[in-house]
Design a protein. Structure first.
Length: 181
């Protein structure tokens, strides 16, 4: 609206989703091959929980140098969870768990992972954390190197990575997993 004449100068509408899950990744280079020990193209920002010391996870950054073990828990970090019930005030990180309520479906490779937590990451502002158990025999999809698995999140009917072709390792977001024993 023009302030001097009160005339409408333009109008329109915009569709907004209630949620829009998207992973944080280590790097933005999606068309390069990593050197040994580097993260993978599209490597999700994730922490492993391969071992526990005094009940706490080792929190090793997931990557080719630190792959997750089948059957262990991996902590994935995203944005786009939408409203969270009883969330702390905007802009405040509280060191407590705030669940998303509805649970997402997490696919690792072609297998469904068990989700043990979905909600705000404790002590961070607005960061969505999903803890998922790596399937004991995750299926590696064609086109991915051994030990590299795409991850897809379905949350309330909306998908992470919606424009990516998950059979293309250069477009999919990935994690590294040790070969099943």
């Amino acid at each position: 609206v023009d302030a001097s004449t009160s005339q409408v100068l333009g109008s329109g509408s915009a569709f907004m989703n209630a949620t829009s899950p998207g992973f944080f990744i280590h790097n933005q280079t999606s068309d390069s091959t990593p050197l040994p020990g580097q993260t993978l193209p599209g490597q999700i920002a994730a922490l492993n929980c391969n071992t526990k010391v005094n009940g706490q996870c080792d929190d090793a950054v997931n990557g080719t140098a630190n792959p997750a073990n089948p059957g262990s828990t991996i902590q994935l970090f995203l944005t786009g969870q939408g409203l969270v019930s009883n969330a702390p005030p905007d802009g405040q990180g509280v060191c407590a768990a705030f669940s998303t309520g509805p649970q997402p479906v997490v696919l690792i490779g072609g297998a469904i992972a068990s989700v043990t937590y979905s909600g705000l990451a404790p002590c961070f502002i607005g960061l969505w954390q999903i803890n998922a158990v790596i399937p004991t025999n995750p299926s590696n999809l064609p086109g991915f190197p051994t030990g590299v698995f795409p991850v897809l999140v379905d949350f309330q009917g909306f998908y992470s990575n919606t424009k990516a072709n998950n059979s293309n390792p250069h477009l999919a977001t990935t994690i590294a997993i040790n070969a099943p024993a």
